[in-house]
Design a protein around this ligand. Structure first.
Ligand code: NAP
Length: 248
């Protein structure tokens, strides 16, 4: 009998969870526990790390998980690597639901870099107003360029001190082209730093950057081990054997 584990924390995982619940599959939705007050799920949830590869493998065995769906954020690389290793160890089928990265279109002024250190280096020497659209855990290296005024945006208010003084926006979104244009204009932002997350939800800032002719430093996705990867919920449902979704 199918019992799926969804590694979630993304809007794609939430859509998948709704489909899985509708189809009547037995499943558990797992949150990393980084943000507070996760949105309600139609499936049983668990919150927090498993304890590395061994912890996840133990969980898979104890909970009699038959299928693992890695629907984490494309930059949640540690969880994704652990899933590949734990599924190999327990011989559990794994699929990754991962949205396609954004592709550059005419009018974009992207500076594509491999990682955060390269993003810091890509910022100018002269003072600028920079919107850092990256998670809180990644902002510290930008202290190396203290000449800039940084705007940060978080889902939850930051706990404790930030590594540098910044203009902090607390918002869960959704963000539209209009709201992003207003945010960038009202702060006179000259540069954007963003990870190439892909998907529609986070794309408005990229579109707004293009509309305003701003340079956007885009950080490439981390390299992950080879795994079965799809881009749509329908493909995951088909993989689970839900016939009604085939060809959707
Ligand atoms: P990460 O660096 O890959 O994960 C760090 C550790 O957190 C993992 O090794 C694992 O701990 C635990 N973890 C992560 N996701 C988990 C999950 N869904 N269920 C149980 N444990 C999980 O991940 P991250 O970048 O910190 O992201 C954490 C969560 O936030 C993910 O669920 C991700 O989908 C979501 N999220 C991340 C971003 C982002 O920008 N990175 C954006 C939106 C949502 P153990 O090793 O102890 O198992």
């Amino acid at each position: 009998m199918t019992r799926a584990l969804i590694l979630g924390g993304t809007s794609d995982a939430n859509v998948l969870a709704a489909e899985i619940a509708r189809a009547g599959f037995d499943a558990v939705y797992s949150y990393g526990g980084r943000t507070r007050a996760p949105a309600g799920q139609p499936l049983p949830i668990r919150i927090g790390g498993f304890g590395g590869v061994n912890g996840l493998a133990d969980y898979i065995r104890q909970e009699r998980i038959t299928h693992v769906i890695d629907a984490t954020h494309p930059f949640a690389a540690e969880m994704s690597r652990n899933a590949v290793a734990a599924c190999a160890e327990t011989q559990t089928p794994l699929i990754a639901l991962e949205r396609a990265p954004w592709a550059k279109v005419p009018g974009d002024h992207w500076i594509e870099v491999a990682d955060i250190a390269a993003a810091v280096a890509a910022l100018p020497k002269t003072p600028a107003r920079v919107f850092l659209a990256i998670g809180r855990q990644h902002i510290a290296p930008f202290s190396e360029k203290p000449q800039h005024t940084y705007t940060l945006r978080f889902v939850d208010p930051p706990e404790g001190d930030l590594p540098f003084e910044a203009d902090v926006i607390v918002s869960r979104g959704p963000f539209t082209l209009q709201s992003e244009l207003e945010m960038l204009r009202s702060r006179n932002i000259g540069w954007i730093v963003a990870r190439n997350s892909g998907g529609d939800g986070a794309r408005a800032k990229i579109d707004a950057g293009r509309a305003l002719g701003l340079p956007v430093v885009t950080i490439a996705r981390p390299q992950l081990p080879e795994r079965h990867r799809v881009e749509s919920v329908a493909e995951v449902m088909a993989w689970l054997g839900h016939r009604a979704c085939l060809g959707a």
